[in-house]
Design a protein around this ligand. Structure first.
Ligand code: PLP
Length: 394
């Protein structure tokens, strides 16, 4: 049977791999040779699981959304990643990578961030471990995301502005890679999603897979059934989705739905619906689907939610799209914002705008009364309050 997991060369079907400059090869090779050995060791697992429990607050609840289920005449569950420490799933991955970095003897952490969510999750675990932390962030994003910049500084991180190009996420990524090339021995680069060269997509998916594993146990307890009919998540780079989908990837009874940001509409030129608009290319060391011009320049994506505003998707998701294992649905800003309000007023949960995109699927697709649907409630809406205030004139 064909697997939707990574193969021994770091590919998901035709996507993935490690397309990196020669000078980065030793860094990536060190990780590739060690990530499975270290992360499967007993001492690593004990430390990881203990921190997920006592520090992150896992297991996160699997919550049956009663009012929403009645309204849509189906069984809707929410995996409550919004209740994780720092407000989203990203901390699962940064905890895993900081422990790995420590075992590799690294003394310095670098990361890139766009909206600042991954920067905050990285600064948090560096403070936890007392390790030096440098976050690269585009100059434009530093201005746009002032509260998260303040959080990173308060946590003791140094925020370095990327001043080249469009001064946004991809420029911050370039700066981080440059830093890593210059500091190969003492530095670990914490990537925040299932993107980048192999082994990052697989490594991050494994650290996030706790989401799906907990879901199996919790469904067994509540429904006496370990498999849902649908798993649904929003996709920026794809890490919260990969975490929920991971144990079900090759289990075809479980249908997978990936939700992308259509922005102002897929035909408007202001969108981040990569599966529809993207073509195969290489971004951040990985062969995947990405939005590009005819001559192969990466196009600036757009979404009202900063976390989905990425011109590519991870190679696992590109393959889920290509093989049709996953159904891809794109949701506009307008529909996502509407669902931010619906979830708030139906269940008393204010979601991150990224997360709101996933729920909008309920208006696009009909489910059966006995279907068990698990949504990944990837993050809470506190960080988006200003956007909600402005949009709804609250
Ligand atoms: C960063 C973020 C996302 C998008 O990233 P993925 O890697 O696709 O999960 C989604 N939801 C929230 C709340 C985020 O902070």
């Amino acid at each position: 049977m064909k697997t939707h997991n990574v193969d021994s060369k770091g590919f998901y079907g035709e996507f993935g791999g490690a397309f990196i400059p020669e000078m980065l090869y030793p860094n990536v090779e060190e990780l590739r040779n060690n990530y499975l050995k270290i992360s499967s060791s007993k001492s690593f697992k004990n430390e990881f699981n203990k921190l997920l429990k006592d520090y992150v607050g896992r297991p996160t609840p699997l919550y049956f959304a009663k009012r929403l289920s009645e309204k849509y005449n189906t069984k809707i569950y929410l995996k409550r990643e919004d209740l994780c420490h720092t407000g989203a799933h990203k901390i699962n991955n940064t905890i895993g990578q900081i422990l790995l970095a420590k075992k590799l003897g690294k003394k310095r952490i670098i990361a890139e961030t766009g909206a600042g969510q991954h920067g905050v999750a990285t600064a948090t675990v560096c403070a936890l471990m007392g390790i030096k932390c440098i976050i690269y962030m585009g100059e434009v994003d530093i201005k746009r995301q002032a509260p998260n910049v303040a959080r990173m500084k308060m946590l003791g991180a140094e925020v370095r502005p990327a001043t080249s190009g469009s001064k946004t996420l991809k420029d911050a990524t370039n700066e981080a890679i440059r830093d890593w090339i210059n500091n190969p021995v003492n530095t670990h680069y914490i990537i925040g999603s299932v993107v980048g060269p192999h082994p990052y997509p697989d490594m991050v998916a494994r650290f996030q897979s706790v989401i799906g594993e907990e879901t199996i146990n919790q469904l067994q307890e509540i429904e006496n059934k370990s498999k849902p009919d649908y798993v649904i998540a929003c996709v920026g780079g794809g890490s919260n989705a990969a975490g929920l989908f991971y144990p079900f990837l090759d289990n075809f009874d479980v249908k997978i739905i990936c939700v992308e940001a259509a922005g102002k509409g897929i035909d408007t030129g202001e969108s981040a619906a990569t599966s529809i608009l993207g073509k195969t290319g290489i971004i951040h060391g990985s062969k995947t689907l990405l939005m590009q011009s005819n001559d192969g320049q990466i196009t600036e994506p757009y979404s009202i939610s900063a976390g989905l505003d990425y011109p590519g998707i991870g190679p696992m998701h590109a393959n889920l799209f290509k093989s049709k294992r996953g159904e891809f649905i794109s949701i506009t800003d307008i529909d996502a914002m509407k669902w931010g309000l619906i979830l708030s007023q139906t269940e008393g949960i204010i979601p991150a705008i990224e997360t709101s995109h996933a729920f909008a699927v309920l208006d696009k697709k009909k489910f059966k009364p006995n279907d068990i649907i698990v949504f990944n409630c990837s993050g809470r809406g506190d960080k988006d309050l200003d956007t909600y205030i402005e949009y709804f004139k609250l």
